[in-house]
Design a protein around this ligand. Sequence first.
Ligand SMILES: CSCCC(=O)C(=O)COP(=O)(O)O
Ligand SMILES: [Mg+2]
Length: 229
Amino acid sequence: MTHFDHIHAVVTDIEGTTTDIQFVHKVLFPYAYDQLPEFVHTHQAQPEVAEQIAAVRARLDEPDAPVERVIETLLHWIESDQKETSLKALQGMLWADGYQRGAFKGHLYADVVPCLRRWVEQGKKLYVYSSGSVQAQKLLFGYSTEGDVTPLFSGYFDTHVGHKREAASYRNIVDTLALPAEQVLFLSDVIEELDAASEAGLQTLQLVREGNRAGSRHPHVTRFDDISL
Ligand SMILES: CSCCC(=O)C(=O)COP(=O)(O)O
Ligand SMILES: [Mg+2]
């Protein structure tokens, strides 16, 4: 059991922390890869899709890139797991349809929800910080293997606050929470994310799920029920 004192809020990563990496890489990413070309063609005039297409063109520094070039870029970003904000926004839109028609449910490890419930009962505030868009986060927890658990969370953060390996992102989060950084615990499987959070003054804990990389200067557990707040 790993105990933390004076924690008022917990910020959790998703992939590799609450959720099996395989679900993200073998279910969500392939679904987005298959659906994306037709979705972009069909919805390219819709303002929220047009905004992401424009962001891809800007990222490429090719303002006149044809839509096929944009799609090819997005598919390459999925294959290489790039955390581009425009791709993440489009993935959220694509997964909405998959969740709503029951093609898949958001995977949560069995130890996660009972602990989240206990921490809320103890008066802790819970937040999510993922490279997946806020829409994608709400879908995963809203259509999860444990039912709709979104009422447990007080807020969601994505790469609009910055990238997960940069300390400034965690400073932005604690500014929004209006809490001293040391009263916030960040949970993640990725050492570089934990290093960035620690640099910003947050307390950190590594989740070492199956197949994850263990061994860092951060404390670690293999399950949420080994955490005491
Ligand atoms: C929000 S579910 C999809 C997760 C995702 O798209 C992703 O890139 C995983 O990012 P994380 O920061 O949760 O490791
Ligand atoms: Mg992760």
